[in-house]
Structure formats: structure tokens, C-alpha cells
Design a protein around this ligand. Structure first.
Ligand code: GAP
Length: 459
């Protein structure tokens, strides 16, 4: 079987209205993508499955929806104002911009010894500069070793609230949804009267001024996250970490149906852990451009609640009546990127056969479940009756444009699992023909049984 390339996936996604460049009539905006009719449905379906598995079917996770712009003090307390930055330097010869820590990592991987103290602290720019100079690490592009000083570049996107644009009105677009859950923890705990362990979840947009966005929708400056902050007693953190590891695996392989050979869990090395976590694992997908993370599962300990308690002077602790103890809960955080799961689903489903290319999307995630078409245009009124019957329950598409073969090709490329064709003879006998996307087999089904037939396949 031919190997799927990113070019294949991007071409299909754009041709079939899944995702295309944003602001296109003005020449686009670098790395800004719009989800079209099918892409936004696919994204909704994946988000709905996440909600169903982790909120609807559980009794211990609640969902909230916080502001994208929070009080800037939130980001001071969380450490994002000082810690959420990359060390950047420019090559003075060829003007390429590099992350100093990544250049050092590559040099160490090639056999050099790490700078002293580097494993624990990559934030001291002088240590990085001195090491690059002493090792004469060359620019990967032009091979010169002549760089500017390292500057720390904060990844948070800034904005100004109100009529002035001075520092007093400075605010940030949230770089993660998670801080909403932490800041709201006391209210949610109080009003819901939940006992630990319980989770607070959010799905929504986050923003990062990424230096190297790219690979289509994989790394963008505006993206959607689905994050659960699962609050546990501090002595149970390791146990719940393992539980959420299995839950994540189950979600990707049994709910979204990414193929098992394309997913793996890898531990994040101690010196690469974010400032807030004790342990973290990346759940990775094998994209055509390599293994990359779709979820980070982290044990955030009591870092965030403690930090907010110090900065806000509010009590963020929890009283455990069973053990008669007051403490700050620990947090296990499965944090997924929705756009990355959409991209993984498209790559996973992309199937090339001798005579056709199609998206073998699982019926649960497929944006359109049934493609309804009259064999000829003049039977449109009958096909629309069937469409009305099915669309009460399923997302359908009505299509009367061009030959039947071309319409089948369209539905295949959009990944609709079923196609219902209406012709006069069958219709008069109370029947339609159902074509299956994967096998291309056709079956005659009674119109009165059609919804049940479809339900059995797509639900
Ligand atoms: N609250 C923890 C947190 O935000 P993260 O690993 O930085 O952790 C979680 O982000 C997930 O969000 C990632 O695993 C990835 O799927 C997604 N994500 C992060 N940055 C992204 C970006 N620039 N573009 C698209 N998705 C991104």
C-alpha cells in the first residue's frame, strides 16, 4: 500500500472543504486555517465524543466555560509571565532564527557533553550563550557561528483592554484553558458539593505566539484544547495518573479509532518537564512527518492551586471529612489538542486503492453519515423525502449534481460511511439502494426500515 504523505492529506482537506487557508481573499495569514463545513463537523464530532466519554458517562467530571481573557494576575501566579518563553537567537550571517536550547539539544544528541547544570535549568541565557560559544555550535543553515545575544520570547499573545494601549491595560489571550479550572476550583467545589476525586473540564480556544508554527493544523497560534483538571488527594496522585493514562489510550484507540500502530505513550524526560509538573507523558501519533504529541498527561501536583492561593490570598484548600484533613489537592491533567486529533484522524483515514482514494473515517467521527442522491435529477423530490426522514436523526448530505460515479467519489473523499440512492423502480416498491463506502457493496433496504439500518451502522 502507498504511504500517505502530508501533501495528500492537505490537498484532500482543502479540496473537500475540511480545512483551508484563513482570510484567503486577502492572500491568507500565515498559519491561519479555517475549518470548512466538513472540517467543523469532524471537529465537533471528536469534541462530542470526548464530552460523552469523560463528562456524560462519568459522575465525577463537570464542564465549565471560562473567559479567554483572564485577569493578568492569573498568568503571573501560574508562572506563564516569567516561565512560558523560548530562548531565541538569530544567526547574524544568514538571519535564520533559532531556539538556543534546541540547538544545544541537537549538539548533545550528536555526542557532546551537556552544559553544567543544564539538565535542571535551561532558563539561564548566559549559560546557553557561553556553551554555544565554547563548543562553536554552528548555525544549522549556513554553518557560521555568529549569533545575536539570546532573548527570551514569551509565547503569550498580548492584547490591550479598553481605550488605551499602555501597560495598565495589558492582558493576555489564554495560552491554556487549565487556569480557568484552577481559579474556579473553590466555587465549583463549593457549589457542586463534590468530594475528591473529581474533575473540572474545559474545551475551547487557546493562543500561543508560536515561533515555528507549521505542518498544516498541527502547530498553530490559535488552537482548541480539551483539558481535564482531575483533583485528587495528594497521596493518590500516582494511582490516578495511571488511570488517566489508560483512559487516554482507550479514547484514542477505541473511541476515535486511531490505529494502534500509529499511537504511543512516551515519558517526558525530567529536564524537559514543564515548570509545574512532577511527571508527564506525551501521547503521540505517527503523522506522515513523524511522531508528535496529541496529548500531554501531567501530574501538576498542587503547584497551581498553591500559586493562586499565595497570589490571590484566597483559600484554595479542601477539607477531607473522612480523614479529617485539610490540604491542597493534587491535579492529574489529560490535555488534548483538538486540531491535532482532527489531523491524526484525517491521516489515519486516508486510504488509497487502485481505483479510488477515500477517507475510511469511523462512522462516529465521520462528518456526514449518509449521502442521499437521486439517480437522476427529476427524482429529486422523492430523494428529498428520504433525506427529510434520515436527517431527523443523522447528519446527511443531499447531492444531485453530476454523474452517480462522481457523486460516489465525492462521498468517498468526504468519508460518508453510507450512500442512499433513489431510483423509480425501487422507490415504487418502497425501497432504496444503500452503498457502503469501504466495501462499495450495495444492498436494497426498505424505506420504513432505513433509519434503523443506518442507526446500527453509524452509532
Ligand atoms: N494545560 C497543559 C497544556 O497546555 P501542552 O502540552 O502545552 O499542555 C496540551 O498542551 C495540548 O494542546 C498538546 O498536547 C497539543 O495537543 C495542544 N497544543 C499545544 N500547543 C499547540 C499549538 N500551538 N497548536 C496546536 N495544538 C497545540
Amino acid at each position: 500500500m502507498e504511504k500517505t504523505t502530508m501533501k495528500d492529506v492537505v490537498n484532500l482537506a482543502q479540496k473537500r472543504w475540511f480545512v483551508y487557508p484563513g482570510s484567503d481573499i486577502y492572500g491568507g495569514l500565515a498559519n491561519s486555517w479555517d475549518y470548512g463545513p466538513y472540517g467543523s463537523l469532524l471537529k465537533d464530532n471528536i469534541r462530542d465524543l470526548w464530552k460523552k466519554e469523560f463528562i456524560q458517562k462519568r459522575t465525577d467530571v463537570m464542564m465549565i466555560d471560562c473567559s479567554l481573557i483572564m485577569n493578568p494576575k492569573v498568568w503571573e501566579a501560574s508562572g506563564h509571565v516569567w516561565g512560558f518563553s523560548d530562548p531565541l537567537m538569530d544567526c547574524k550571517e544568514c538571519k535564520a532564527r533559532w531556539r538556543a536550547d534546541k540547538i544545544i539539544d541537537a549538539h548533545v544528541l550528536a555526542g557532546a557533553t551537556e552544559p553544567e547544570g543544564y539538565a535542571g535549568d535551561k532558563t539561564d541565557t548566559k549559560v546557553l550563550e557561553n556553551y554555544i560559544a565554547s563548543e562553536s555550535i554552528a548555525c544549522p543553515d549556513c554553518k557560521a557561528c555568529n549569533y545575536t545575544d539570546i532573548r527570551r520570547f514569551n509565547l503569550m499573545l498580548k492584547t490591550y483592554l479598553g481605550v488605551t494601549d499602555d501597560s495598565a491595560s495589558l492582558a493576555y489571550l489564554r495560552p491554556e484553558t487549565a487556569q480557568g479550572q484552577f481559579v474556579d476550583f473553590p466555587q465549583v467545589a463549593r457549589t457542586s458539593r463534590r468530594k475528591l476525586p473529581f474533575g473540572i473540564a474545559q474545551a475551547g480556544k487557546s493562543f500561543r505566539n508560536e515561533i515555528t508554527p507549521g505542518n498544516f493544523i498541527f502547530r498553530t497560534r490559535e488552537f482548541e484544547q480539551m483539558e481535564i483538571e482531575f483533583f485528587v488527594t495528594p497521596w493518590d496522585d500516582d494511582e490516578y495518573f495511571q488511570i488517566w493514562k489508560s483512559e487516554s489510550e482507550r479514547f484514542f484507540t477505541e473511541i476515535v479509532w486511531l490505529s494502534k500502530e500509529n499511537v504511543r505513550f512516551v515519558p517526558i524526560k525530567k529536564d524537559e518537564l514543564p515548570h509545574y509538573s512532577k511527571e508527564a507523558w506525551d501521547f503521540e501519533y505517527q503523522y506522515p512527518f513523524g511522531w508528535w504529541e496529541i496529548e500531554t498527561l501531567a501530574n501538576r501536583t498542587d503547584y497551581d492551586l498553591k500559586a493562586h492561593m499565595t497570589h490571590s490570598k484566597q483559600d484554595m484548600s479542601y477539607f477531607d471529612a473522612v480523614n479529617n484533613k485539610k490540604f491542597i489537592p493534587y491535579v492529574i491533567e489529560p490535555a488534548m489538542g483538538l486540531g491535532r486529533i482532527v489531523l491524526a484522524s484525517l491521516c489515519d483515514a486516508y486510504t488509497i486503492e487502485e481505483t479510488r482514494t477515500y477517507l475510511k473515517l469511523d462512522p462516529k467521527v465521520a462528518p456526514i453519515k449518509v449521502w442521499v442522491l437521486p439517480i437522476v435529477k427529476k427524482l429529486g423530490h422523492l430523494a428529498k423525502e428520504v433525506y427529510a426522514q434520515l436527517s431527523e436523526e443523522f447528519l446527511c448530505e443531499y447531492d444531485e449534481v453530476s454523474s452517480v460515479g462522481k457523486r460516489y467519489a465525492r462521498m468517498d473523499e468526504i468519508g460518508a460511511p453510507l450512500c442512499v440512492t433513489i431510483d423509480t423502480d425501487n422507490y415504487e416498491a418502497g425501497n432504496v439502494t444503500v452503498r457502503h463506502r469501504d466495501s462499495m457493496e450495495q444492498e436494497v433496504v426498505a424505506i420504513k426500515d432505513l433509519n434503523e439500518y443506518v442507526r446500527n451502522i453509524v452509532k
